[in-house]
Ligand binder design. Structure first.
Ligand SMILES: Nc1ncnc2c1ncn2[C@@H]1O[C@H](COP(=O)(O)OP(=O)(O)OP(=O)(O)O)[C@@H](O)[C@H]1O
Length: 201
């Protein structure tokens, strides 16, 4: 059974398309700018109006509270939003976010988000997402603002989650990065899945 399954998924800008993301699988999603990658992630996270069927571990999205669906199917946007005064206020209570694994010091939790660098905020947004323990990770260019060392930490962190059964959909423009992280790759063109390749190295 697929961890995340989409059938006939259609929004104003994508589809209809089929997608099956297996337990412990990382699919790399490529495609030209404007092809609909972000829109696909948003549709899977149930953030936009859509048609078609979505299911998580066989349970239809319509049978799951939208907030619970979004906790289980976690989206890391390309431009994460910060609303509270301190970084720490964005983290759920009683959780242990993987800050050290992402090269971040706990002291950063006391700071205002605006005082953090773009790359720090990108990793903090990932830590915030992982702290909620999603079963599916939808990652929109998660290493776009990072140096090689930080990007490597992100890759390791996501691999560890994948190895525990989390399913990952990883959007990137960098073919080499997708080659490193993805079990297989899909390409989106004009909102439709154009190619699916067999397993990468
Ligand atoms: N709210 C909106 N109103 C009108 N058009 C939109 C809206 N949101 C997205 N689009 C359009 O939908 C298309 C797909 O956008 P999307 O952000 O999914 O592309 P993408 O593949 O993620 O691109 P990139 O690689 O540049 O991030 C684009 O042409 C975009 O301009």
């Amino acid at each position: 059974m697929a961890r995340l399954n989409a059938r006939g998924l259609t929004t104003a800008r994508i589809g209809p398309l089929e997608l099956a993301l297996a337990i412990g699988e990382c699919i790399g999603l490529a495609g030209p700018s404007g092809s609909g990658k972000t829109q696909l992630l948003r549709a899977l996270a149930d953030l936009d109006a859509r048609q078609g069927a979505l299911a998580l571990d066989g349970v239809p999205a319509d049978d799951v509270e939208p907030t619970e669906w979004r906790r289980r199917v976690g989206l890391l946007p390309a431009e994460p939003v910060w609303w509270a005064e301190t970084v720490g206020a964005h983290f759920p209570l009683d959780t242990d976010p993987p800050l050290a694994a992402l090269g971040l010091n706990r002291a950063i939790l006391q700071r205002a988000p605006s005082t953090c660098s773009t790359g720090e905020r990108q990793r903090l947004a990932l830590a915030r997402l992982l702290a909620r323990d999603p079963q599916v990770l939808l990652l929109d260019e998660p290493t776009a603002n990072l140096d090689a060392a930080s990007a490597g930490r992100v890759v390791e962190c996501i691999r560890e989650r994948r190895d525990t059964g989390v399913a990952v959909l990883w959007v990137a423009h960098d073919e080499a990065e997708l080659g490193r992280v993805a079990d297989r790759r899909l390409t989106l063109v004009d909102g439709r899945v154009e190619t699916g390749e067999a397993a990468w190295s």
